[in-house]
Design a protein around this ligand. Structure first.
Ligand code: AMP
Ligand code: MG
Length: 411
């Protein structure tokens, strides 16, 4: 059986993403930030290592530094002649028969090429007893073994992780050039929508989409403006879109994107801008207008709450990442055995909400999170993954393998 919405006029998600890829140019402007503000920002200029990392040979253990030619086939003794603390090096040089007490991170003194762990020796005053299986050239972190001076420390463009910030800090780099934030404005449309805090009259509902969008747009790469709720009034939506397009890189609306009498988004976009595509073979979703108003990119998302979230994640997120110069935009998906029967008609690619578990053998299993209506927030709230079903797929019998896309890395 075929989805009634199926028609060749619906473009596939891949075609839509391809269209978006061709339409969006990464933002060129850069700004300087310090490391405290840099997490998740996109590095705009590659960073070069100003010195070797590590900058000096140092010990990876608490123990004794010695010179390998002193090793014998039998247990042997060396004389401790000083201490190398982390941050307070031993400044002398070892002669044959000598060793130096050393701690993790301390400079390996001149004349030493190995460190033995303190647990492997016995100590009588200043005489250290080494075992007969003592290994040569152990437990030393060598100059430049991590990064060589003048090598590329981090290549742009790259979204900066906690590890990247540690790497930059270890090289003494505090200020970096990153892509400027993408300016994004969003609003809801609908005569039925009320703001939380005001009483509901007959037929009214609270505007939940702006709260979901606020959360989805909570990203250090975005500078976000919430434009509130706009009535289903063509001239007001028209004015709001024009004004927002002047001062933003991206404008996102929810609702009014379909073909009802109160749905003006596509019509207005046709008049004041350019529509690249309008209807997508995606469920939840379908009416999704993408285009531009002057230099501003526009996404007219559907109104139903779960459609907003799914289309934002599948379509808008890759687009915003591309604007930020990030090219790794394909979500990680993997196979799991579906233990529920899933209802599906051919025609649209579906993102059903599921609950993913890992069984004892390490395999993944998924069940449906419940009702799949695009207005049903509660079932999706219990979900931890999308079950991604291909456009032509029909019902899925329990026990069949499906593709899943987790929402988070924790089960
Ligand atoms: P529309 O696309 O405007 O026809 O809206 C589709 C459905 O989503 C309708 O049931 C709307 O009431 C609902 N809806 C639209 N916008 C919102 C919103 N901001 N918050 C919650 N529900 C909404
Ligand atoms: Mg509406």
């Amino acid at each position: 059986m075929t989805d009634q919405c199926y028609s060749n006029s619906l473009i596939s998600i891949n075609e839509a993403l391809e269209n978006i890829r061709a339409a969006l140019l990464p933002i060129k402007d850069e700004e300087t930030v310090n490391l405290h503000e840099a997490l998740d920002r996109v590095l705009a200029q590659s960073c070069i290592a100003p010195f070797h990392l590590p900058a000096f040979p140092n010990s990876s253990m608490d123990g004794y530094a010695f010179n390998s030619p002193d090793i014998k086939n039998t247990p042997f003794n060396l004389e401790e002649i000083g201490i190398s603390w982390a941050g307070q090096p031993f400044t002398g040089k070892l002669s044959p028969g000598q060793c130096v007490r050393i701690f993790t991170g301390a400079v390996v003194p001149a004349g030493a090429d190995s460190v033995i762990m303190q647990e492997q020796v016995t100590v009588s005053e200043k005489i250290i007893h080494f075992p007969n299986n003592t290994q040569e050239k152990q437990n030393i972190r060598y100059i430049g073994e991590d990064v060589q001076q003048d090598d590329c420390l981090l290549a742009a463009p790259k979204q900066l992780s906690a590890i990247d910030l540690g790497l930059l800090a270890s090289a003494g780099i505090y200020e970096i050039r990153v892509k400027r934030k993408i300016r994004i404005a969003f609003f809801s449309t609908g005569d039925e929508l009320r703001a939380i805090g005001s009483p509901l009259a007959a037929g009214q509902i609270y505007d939940s989409n702006r709260y979901s969008l606020t959360a989805l747009l909570n990203n250090p790469c975005y500078s976000v403006t919430d434009l509130g709720v706009i009535k289903d009034d063509k001239s007001r939506i028209h004015a709001c879109l024009l004004a927002a397009a002047k001062s933003n890189d991206v404008v996102i609306s929810t609702g009014g994107a379909s073909v009802g009498d109160a749905d003006f988004i596509k019509e207005i976009l046709d008049e004041i801008g350019q529509v690249n595509f309008w209807k997508l073979a995606i469920k939840p979703g379908k009416p999704l207008a993408f285009g531009r108003i002057q230099a501003c990119h526009f996404f007219g998302l559907p109104g139903n709450p779960i459609s907003v979230i799914a289309t934002f994640q599948q379509i808008v997120t890759p687009a915003l990442r591309q604007l930020s110069s990030l090219n790794n935009n394909t979500p990680l998906r993997f196979k799991a055995v579906c233990q529920s029967k899933l209802h599906k008609q051919a025609g649209r690619q579906e993102f059903q909400r599921g609950i993913l578990i890992q069984i004892e053998s390490g395999e993944f299993e998924v069940i449906s999170a419940g009702k799949q209506g695009s207005n049903i927030l509660s079932a999706s709230s219990r979900a931890n993954c999308y079950i991604v079903l291909a456009r032509e797929q029909t019902n899925v019998e329990a026990g069949t393998e499906v593709l899943v896309e987790p929402f988070s890395l924790f089960l």
